[in-house]
Design a protein around this ligand. Structure first.
Ligand SMILES: *Cc1c(COP(=O)(O)O)cnc(C)c1O
Length: 480
């Protein structure tokens, strides 16, 4: 007979509901205090600057003294050593200031920890996932045969979409037989690097990604699609898809989705929209025009953790025809004879890359439950309005230059100085950014466009206002 070891005191404590209650209440108070502070005290640093080696030593040191009683102080130190997305002077990358309401549901889902791969392991969250995806599809204007699922990030969603494209448009069954044909994907040179990466992961190689040049406004020159398609064919490639950016990452430029849809229809190509950042414009009455044509896409990637107020990661991959989403990881014979109704839509791992997946739908559903889609309209419209306002403020100052008039909330600009050449300007702008972020006064990023370095803001905090934007421009100018 084997006698099981007893449950240790540590195990008892780690699972103790009363301890959870006490620490949980305390942590919610700590976070609420933090949110209040960063929203009201501009002197608080946005960004915590530290050398990576020193930071690692710091946390190694904290491990010297262990104990439950250390946790409240430790929570505060984690907060302090982080970048603060709720700060009104946060205007950095595209990941949003999440609604605290949605983050609370993150606690809910972390405790419940339903695995989602099979229906039994996520009954409520699976049903909510379907509703969330169908809400997005409706917003895009897709037919009611549309559907899809949530997945872990835009990068993975784009790869999955291109795998679906290959399944549906390649001349052979690559999933079963491997590849003999040289396949290709057409995309604007301004697209997110993850498209390039996905194409290479799929084994299409450097020449399998056919880059369409961008115009001076950083949008795909769709009139060149035909020429690049023909060139690919002449070189022995078999194009399967065109990816439109809605919007591109560096400058926030929206490709002409209608023109790409027309081209894909004419050539029987898969039309994927990488709307990781900007497909959310479909929720905004005012900015919906930017995604005109999105209803004609075969698949759309949309990050809820960017422009839809949800904590990361939470990404939708929405197919115009739900049926198309079942083929990606299945044998051809398995899906050809069966309609979607026989496909057990509710066993999600059949269609997603993930096996275990977090209950991301619950966080999104929280916002729908509390407010409906109107809150997404409010958020996107506010942030995109801020982008337009920022561009106006930059334009009013002769010392600055915009890279291009922004479509939404991503704005690229730089400070000019008469006597400096290109390299000098690049160095000056990079140095100014470094000084500003290390001081903790603002957080913004930079991007290189045609060899020129631009400062880049993404206005994702709806509480940022004209005041902060003017302060940022003043600060940049003061470092000239
Ligand atoms: C952010 C972004 C991605 C990558 O999405 P993740 O969720 O960060 O993996 C892909 N494409 C575009 C256009 C993006 O803006």
């Amino acid at each position: 007979m084997i006698s099981p070891s007893s449950i240790s005191d540590k195990l008892q404590e780690a699972y103790d509901p009363e301890l959870f209650r006490r620490l949980g209440h305390q942590l919610v108070d700590q976070l609420a205090n933090h949110l209040q502070a960063v929203q009201s005290d501009p002197e608080r640093p946005v960004y915590y600057h530290a050398d990576p080696e020193e930071e690692t030593d710091y946390w190694r040191n904290t491990l010297q003294e262990k104990g439950i009683d250390k946790l409240p102080d430790w929570y505060n130190r984690v907060i302090e050593h982080s970048i603060h997305l709720h700060h009104h002077r946060y205007a950095g990358h595209q990941i949003s200031s999440p609604a605290p309401l949605a983050a609370l549901s993150g606690l809910l889902t972390d405790v419940l920890n339903n695995g989602m791969g099979v229906y039994e392991m996520g009954v409520a969250a699976t049903a909510m996932e379907r509703i969330v995806v169908e809400t997005a599809a409706q917003q895009f204007g897709m037919p009611n045969t549309a559907g899809g699922y949530l997945t872990s990030g835009g990068t993975l969603a784009n790869l999955t979409a291109l795998l679906a494209a290959r399944r549906h448009r390649a001349p052979q069954d690559v999933w079963t037989e491997g590849s003999s044909e040289k396949l290709a994907v057409l995309v604007c040179e301004e697209a997110h690097y993850c498209i390039d990466r996905a194409v290479r992961i799929m084994g299409l190689g450097e020449k399998g990604i056919r880059k369409i040049p961008a115009a001076s406004d950083f949008k795909m020159r769709t009139e060149l699609l035909e020429e690049h398609w023909a060139l690919a064919r002449a070189e022995g490639f078999y194009p399967i898809a065109v990816v439109g950016s809605a919007c591109s990452t560096s400058t926030g430029a929206y490709d002409d989705l209608e023109a790409i849809a027309d081209f894909c229809e004419a050539k029987s190509l898969w039309f994927h929209v990488d709307g990781a950042h900007g497909a959310a414009a479909a929720f905004s009455e005012k900015y919906r025009h930017l995604v005109k044509g999105i209803d004609r896409a075969d698949s759309v990637t949309m990050d809820f953790h960017k422009m839809l107020m949800t904590p990361a990661l939470a990404t939708g991959l929405i197919f115009r025809e739900l049926d198309d989403s079942f083929a990606t990881f299945s044998q051809r014979a398995q899906y050809l004879w069966a309609g979607a109704t026989d496909q057990e839509w509710f066993n999600l791992a059949r269609r997603t890359f993930e096996c275990t997946k977090s209950m991301m739908s619950v966080k999104i559903f929280t916002l729908l439950q509390a407010y409906g889609t109107e809150v997404f309209d409010d958020y996107v419209t506010r942030c995109y309005d801020l982008g337009q306002m920022m561009a106006g403020l930059v334009n009013r100052r002769p010392a600055f230059e915009l890279a291009t008039q922004p479509d939404g909330n991503i704005v690229c600009f730089r400070l000019l100085k008469g006597e400096l050449d290109r390299e000098g300007l690049n160095q000056m702008n990079a140095q100014i950014r470094k000084t500003i972020i290390e001081s903790g006064a603002f957080y913004l990023v930079q991007t290189e466009l045609h060899g020129q370095l631009y400062l880049r803001v993404t206005l994702v905090n709806p509480f940022t206002s004209e005041k902060e934007m003017e302060e940022l421009l003043d600060l940049v100018q003061s470092h000239a």
